[in-house]
Write a protein that binds this ligand. Structure first.
Ligand code: HEC
Length: 193
């Protein structure tokens, strides 16, 4: 076979492999989105009701207990790793991103700064871990909409009793200072393949 023919063949094989991967990724993405994201508007709704009806201090339990509980149930149902992460975590133990997540969060921030529609920012990718395991990784941005700023807005805008309650539980809180149009964090899903 002539070298040029071999090169063309190699190229078309690579393109075919890429096309299969793109198809895989699209299917995994849509399944992951369908399974993992319906919980998000439910949490926002619960948060809005709690802030309105019980005030911000009582509403802390939505972000602190209810949201993690719903994700825990989903982890049990699916066997996937599902969590919330942020570049400026309030709960550093559970919310600190790994390298892949931190890169996607930075990319979301760039897209947000360029006027992307925050509600639709998401990413999905098949990755191979250091020990050779294939995974599908998915992230969806969580925009800092108005209600989030009650507890994640500029620190001096938070009512004193709320600031005191947060300082007690989170002495190393980095999750304040957010304004509308920014990304608070993301829902992150890792599926072994
Ligand atoms: C009533 C106060 C309150 C409101 C309102 C609130 N949060 Fe939170 N948020 C918290 C607390 C407290 C934590 C830490 C939870 C924990 O210990 O796991 C937190 C944690 C998070 C985390 C996990 C990462 C981290 O920083 O630890 C994300 C993501 C998040 N909030 C997003 C949001 C979004 C998006 C909104 C608006 C829809 C919102 N929050 C509204 C109090 C609040």
């Amino acid at each position: 076979m002539k070298a040029s023919t071999a090169a063309v063949l190699a190229l078309s094989l690579a393109t075919a492999t890429q096309a299969v991967r793109a198809q895989d990724t699209a299917a995994l993405m849509s399944e992951t989105r369908k399974t993992a994201t319906p919980v998000l508007p439910k949490v926002v709704q619960a948060m809005q009701t709690a802030v309105q009806e019980q005030g911000p201090v009582a509403a802390i339990s939505i972000c602190k207990e209810q949201a993690p509980q719903l994700l825990q149930e989903m982890r049990q149902q699916t066997g996937w790793a599902i969590r919330r992460v942020s570049l400026k975590a309030r709960n550093a133990t559970t919310g600190t991103p790994d390298a892949w997540e931190a890169r996607q969060l930075a990319e979301f921030n760039i897209q947000a700064a360029n006027g992307a529609e925050l509600q639709h920012l998401e990413v999905g990718e098949i990755v191979v871990t250091d020990n050779g395991q294939r995974q599908f990784r998915y992230m969806k941005a969580l925009p800092a909409i108005a209600v989030c700023q009650t507890c994640h807005g500029p620190a001096d805008s938070l009512p004193p009793e709320l600031r005191a309650a947060l300082a007690k539980d989170y002495p190393h809180d980095r999750a304040t200072g957010y304004v509308a149009g920014e990304i608070r964090g993301a829902l992150s899903v890792t599926r072994p393949l």
